[in-house]
Design a protein around this ligand. Structure first.
Ligand SMILES: [Zn+2]
Length: 163
């Protein structure tokens, strides 16, 4: 049987200087949120902005649920961490108090497969992220590329920003 033709989803690449000052602001906010994460290996931050692009409606960073103790031992335990952690995008979606249809999501790095599925389900129509470091990409490439296909099929406009 012939192999199915796989085409890479369209991702618009942009130099940061090509962005509006609002877009730069939201990416900076996403990065600031990332610094709040206690995870030493992966720090991610996210911001959700309303359709006009000038009002933040939610934000988040990766971490354990709020009543789950984030001790050093647990953060250092990969199995515990992977099962318990909520990613930045998911925390931002969960914290939002409104319908996210047509909203924009700004993330400090490319979303994984699970976050992408949830992003699609919210109706968010545009996602921008900072291009990942090599270390991040080595660990998350497969998951992020799958997520990209999901968002592409849902007609989400994706933009990877090269700092
Ligand atoms: Zn994720």
């Amino acid at each position: 049987m012939e192999k199915e033709q796989v085409t890479e989803p369209t991702v618009l690449y942009s130099k940061i200087r090509g962005l509006s000052r609002w877009e730069v602001r939201w990416l900076q906010c996403a990065l600031e949120n990332a610094h709040f994460s206690k995870d030493p290996s992966t720090k991610c931050g996210a911001v959700i902005v309303d359709p006009c692009g000038k009002r933040r409606v939610s934000e988040g960073y990766n971490g354990f649920p709020k009543t789950i103790a984030d001790t050093k031992e647990r953060i250092g335990d990969r199995d515990f961490k992977y099962s318990a952690v909520i990613h930045a995008e998911m925390n931002a979606i969960l914290a939002a108090k409104c319908d996210l249809h047509d909203h924009m999501l700004f993330v400090s790095g490319p979303p994984c497969d699970r976050c992408s599925a949830h992003i699609v389900q919210t109706g968010i129509s545009r996602v921008a992220w900072l291009s990942p470091t090599q270390d991040y990409w080595d660990r998350w490439e497969e998951s992020c590329l799958f997520g990209r296909h999901l968002m592409d099929e849902a007609d989400i406009m994706m933009m990877e920003v090269l700092p």
